[in-house]
Design a protein around this ligand. Structure first.
Ligand SMILES: Nc1ncnc2c1ncn2[C@@H]1O[C@H](COP(=O)(O)OP(=O)(O)OP(=O)(O)O)[C@@H](O)[C@H]1O
Length: 426
């Protein structure tokens, strides 16, 4: 998730501070239509060798927009050559310097499953413990109807509040490595299981926005099983970087998981990949691993990358600890971190016209300029932060055609905030 490039002291490049500032000047404030500097959102930039921390004044924004802007800032800084790590912190931290709410994390990864009992919480707890080895990590158990993260990690409440009354996560530490844990299961005994519908949603949203996390790099969210309302609204409100889907290799389980993956994508949630759990049996007597469901390619069936295939093994039933997990889970954490780092990258050609953040009156002008300069048969690619489907009429007008006569017209929403339009100049 970092650029493993080191500053070259002999280089003629401008100082890293200046390059970070230039990168941030390319990030737009969606409300004001100017860049985050001009909008006064950048409070400070701290460069410590190749580690960059930016303080951002985003308290005016609602939760989702604040998260989106901070995420865009992190991405911009990470892409600057020589930057090893990038953090963006909201400027109004609670009294003890803790980060308030999910918006303070640079990366948010959700773990989901189409069905219950497939190993979702086993994967999310081990993933969080593995990630905690080299980045400040939090684990949020959002499984309102069966919050079993506390028992899997052997942590318990009560939950205390900070000076401002915000709930503090519990900490679990092993050999100096710490993981912050918040779970609906750590709130009053018995309450979560009684939560239903709107009440559960409100309680979850409050925990998401007020928890005073000490960690600020990566948050793992253990979702309830299925793809019900709580799951979809959580994924949209929290604006996750991507979801990891856990499944067993049963035919019906793979079918359900493939449908869930499609649903997540339809809702603008990037799918990082799948974990296929309990497909082999690691025999403790003979030491061999036996394939229990030999068959076709899981990647094809799921239409998603397979990040890990975990055998059935008592090793995965043991309580994981921060920084101390099975090697398969370490590999999974690396694969997830890599996939999350590129989840928001757009798949567009270099010469695409990018009108994100452009003033409305300028947009048409730039589209007209580019489209009319093309030769007949050339492809036009446009990146926008709004659904550009109505542009079809405009392209028709520019070429004296009816909108439906613009060949190859297609619009794809590649991230929740980025649409890509392609069309051929008639
Ligand atoms: N690879 C594995 N090998 C052996 N046991 C496993 C493996 N994965 C999960 N388990 C066990 O299966 C049981 C269910 O796992 P887990 O609680 O993680 O599932 P879940 O999908 O989160 O369930 P729920 O729907 O209740 O949230 C647990 O007892 C867990 O220890």
């Amino acid at each position: 998730m970092t650029n493993n490039r080191h500053p070259n002291p002999d280089s003629d490049d401008p100082p890293l501070e200046d390059r970070v500032e230039s990168a941030l000047r390319a990030v737009r404030d969606p409300d004001a239509g100017v860049n985050v500097f001009e909008a006064g959102l950048v409070e400070s930039i701290d460069v410590d060798e190749s580690n960059v921390t930016v303080e951002a004044a985003v308290s005016e924004f609602d939760h989702k927009n604040a998260t989106g802007i901070m995420r865009a800032m992190v991405q911009a800084v990470r892409d600057v050559p020589d930057v090893e790590s990038a953090h963006v912190e909201p400027v109004s931290p609670s009294a003890d310097g803790a980060v308030e709410g999910v918006a303070g994390f640079d990366t948010v990864i959700a773990v989901a499953s189409a069905k219950g009992g497939v190993g979702k919480s086993t994967v999310s707890t081990a993933l969080a413990c593995a990630l905690a080895a080299d980045r400040p990590t939090g684990l949020f158990d959002a499984d309102i109807h069966g919050p079993n993260v506390p028992s899997l990690l052997d942590v318990s409440g009560p939950i205390h509040s900070d000076d401002e009354g915000n709930p503090l996560p519990v900490k679990t530490t092993e050999s100096g490595t710490t993981l912050d844990v918040m779970s609906v299961g750590l709130m009053e005994d018995g309450a979560p299981l009684a939560w239903r519908g709107a009440m559960a949603h409100d309680a979850l949203t409050e925990l998401f926005t007020t928890t005073a996390w000490r960690a600020d790099d990566t948050l793992v969210v253990d979702l309830p099983p299925g793809t019900g309302d709580v799951v979809l609204t959580t994924l949209q409100e929290v604006s996750v970087d991507g979801v990891v889907v856990v499944t067993t290799p049963f035919e019906s389980s793979l079918d359900d998981t493939a449908r869930s993956i499609e649903l997540f994508r339809d809702n603008g949630v990037p799918v990082l990949g799948a974990v296929v759990n309990m497909g082999q049996f690691a025999c403790p007597s003979c030491g061999d691993t036996h394939d229990m469901f030999p068959g076709g390619s899981h990647e094809e069936h799921l239409d998603a990358p397979v990040l890990a295939e975990l055998p059935f093994s008592p090793r995965f039933q043991a309580t994981p600890a921060p920084g101390e997990v099975a090697p398969e889970m370490e590999d999974l954490a690396d694969a997830v971190a890599d996939a999350a780092a590129t989840a928001w990258d757009l798949d567009v050609p270099n010469d695409a016209l990018d009108i994100r953040g452009e003033a409305p009156e300028k947009r048409r002008e730039r589209v007209a300029e580019r489209f009319t300069a093309l030769e007949s048969g050339e492809t036009f690619t446009l990146v926008s932060d709004r659904d550009p489907t109505p542009v079809r009429d405009f392209l028709g007008g520019l070429t004296d055609r009816r909108p439906e006569e613009i060949p190859g017209f297609e619009v794809e929403r590649q991230t929740p905030n980025d649409w890509v339009l392609t069309a051929t100049r008639p």
